[in-house]
Write a protein of this length. Structure first.
Length: 439
């Protein structure tokens, strides 16, 4: 049945279509809004209750996505955990952009992801899974080294819990494990200790049409800490810099080896693999088998074809080269209290319904995040404090940074903060990557 669906839609590139976006936290608002502005009909469902207001005034919202499946020409899932639904809809002949049960497990079960890398003959770092803190402490005591604490399952959504140790004996990791045991007890869930290795953190990603990876490949540098120079708490991400390439040695050594498996496992979507690389090799860290945030928004800034049409072509199995800009793309989140923490009282006191003000009317490169629109004003809603993502592009990294900073200076958000060094890593990291033959 799936083949027939593909054939029937191969030559309908410029038809207005119905897009149903199914979102966990409301993160796909920017993509849904852009798809609507391109002339398509859009409906957005958000699962998380505190995030339900996100998107009002931007795109039509629906309280139950399953009631609108028949209306949709394409269903777009923006997060991990919808793999079973994606597979069922595809089996029924629906065009779906989203994961599978296999790719859900790749991301959510870190141990499974590492085992799959080994199975595909990809070199990995030594790691071990734990289900209680005392076993982990005993392991570090017996095997002193620098480690990274990585929560698994749903707990990994709390990015501030990820801890990167710096002590070669693991003493700082033991202190943190003891603190987590006191504060979390048995509610933390399973977690992984992964041996830390020094090098350049870099991710490679690509869109997958159900059969093959599409080119170009995206190479991305994430900035995860709250403050410049990688200081402060881990936030998940404060911004990224990236570029597109036809060929990548890192991609060929890692994700490319999963092409046959992803085809067999019924995956159609976007997949990213974060790595540490150095002169000794490439060490994959973790999968993101969905849109990356803010990765997809910065990617959109560099993609020169309509994003909705591109998603449809991918989901319907078409094989094509994605049209992208030359040079670099960059983006930074502008956030407000209590980000990156969960504090309802602080959010309501300092941030709820705050207005995003534009000095000039132009909103180019401004991507709405946790916002609603009332009387054409952009108001902060939800509960996390992510206001907007601002992107810039340029033939050089400095050009992209300049464009992004000019756009940030056009925005006023009370009590807001953002990182001012997004992209700076490139000037040092690129020399290392060139010398290691990885660019």
């Amino acid at each position: 049945m799936q083949k027939k669906v593909k054939e029937n839609h191969l030559k309908t590139d410029f038809i207005k279509r119905n897009f149903l976006f199914v979102s966990r936290w409301g993160e796909s608002l920017d993509i849904a809004y852009a798809t609507q502005q391109e002339g398509n009909a859009v409906k957005l469902f958000i699962e998380d209750k505190p995030s339900k207001e996100i998107g009002y005034g931007f795109v039509p919202k629906v309280p139950n996505w399953k009631k609108h499946v028949d209306w949709a020409d394409i269903v777009v899932f923006d997060y991990t955990g919808y793999g079973k639904e994606s597979e069922e809809l595809r089996a029924a002949g629906k065009i779906v952009f989203g994961g599978s049960t296999y790719t859900d497990q790749l991301e959510l079960d870190r141990n499974f992801g590492q085992e799959e890398l080994k199975k595909h003959k990809v070199k990995i770092l030594q790691s071990k899974e734990f289900f209680n803190f005392q076993d982990a402490i005993a392991y570090v005591t017996k095997n002193p080294d620098a480690y990274v604490i990585k929560p698994c399952g749903e707990t990994q959504e709390l990015k501030q819990l990820l801890f990167v140790g710096n002590d070669d004996e693991g003493i700082d990791v033991i202190h943190v494990l003891n603190a987590y045991e006191k504060s979390w007890g048995n509610d933390f869930g399973n977690f992984q200790l992964q041996r830390k290795v020094k090098g350049v953190e870099i991710s490679v990603s690509a869109f997958f049409n159900g059969t093959t990876f599409l080119t170009p490949i995206n190479v991305c540098f994430e900035h995860k800490k709250l403050f410049p120079k990688e200081l402060g708490v881990s936030t998940g991400e404060m911004g990224s810099s990236m570029f597109w390439v036809k060929h990548s040695p890192i991609f060929e050594a890692t994700l490319k080896k999963f092409e046959t498996t992803l085809s067999k496992k019924n995956f159609i979507g976007h997949i990213d693999l974060n790595c540490i690389v150095n002169g000794n090799g490439i060490y994959p860290l973790e999968f993101t088998s969905r849109f990356g945030f803010p990765q997809i928004f910065i990617q959109r800034a560099g993609i020169t074809e309509p994003i909705g049409n591109m998603l449809y072509k991918i989901a319907s199995g078409q094989n094509f080269s994605i049209n992208v800009k030359k040079g670099f793309q960059i983006g930074a989140f502008i956030v407000v209290p209590p980000f990156p923490f969960d504090d309802k009282k602080t959010f309501e006191l300092f941030s709820k319904d705050s207005i995003v003000i534009f000095r000039k009317e132009s909103k180019e490169g401004i991507h709405p995040m946790h916002l609603k629109r009332i009387n054409d004003e952009w108001l902060i809603t939800g509960n996390t404090g992510i206001a907007v993502m601002v992107s810039g592009t340029g033939l050089t990294m400095k050009d992209a940074q300049k464009m992004m900073n000019n756009r940030i200076n056009n925005i006023i958000v009370n009590n807001s903060y953002y990182r001012t060094d997004i992209g700076d890593r490139w000037f040092d990291d690129s020399d290392k990557l060139w010398s290691w033959g990885l660019l």
